[in-house]
Design a protein. Structure first.
Length: 95
């Protein structure tokens, strides 16, 4: 199942159906992670743990781990928008 989820995230990213939450934008900026780093992590990273259920938002969250374009270990947390099906960045961080 998880390889299919990652394929779906990548497909949505490259089809313009990927967006940041306000929190994701804030965390990305605060931590110095650029948008192209997020893309790189998604393109070349892997989902390394089981999805986590979010009771507040009533959906699953997926952690994709990889590296930035500079080779720094990092991860992103992604969910799917319940209304549009788009992939949504919740947060990004260095490991």
């Amino acid at each position: 199942m998880l390889p299919n989820i990652l394929k779906r995230i990548r497909r949505l990213l490259h089809n313009g159906r990927f967006r940041d939450t306000d929190h994701g934008l804030d965390r990305k900026g605060h931590r110095g992670i650029r948008s192209y780093d997020v893309e790189y992590i998604i393109d070349f990273g892997m989902i390394v743990e089981n999805p986590q259920w979010d009771d507040y938002f009533n959906d699953w969250k997926y952690k994709v781990e990889g590296t930035t374009t500079d080779g720094e270990p990092a991860y992103v947390i992604i969910k799917f928008d319940n209304m549009t099906g788009d992939a949504v960045l919740i947060t990004a961080s260095y490991k």
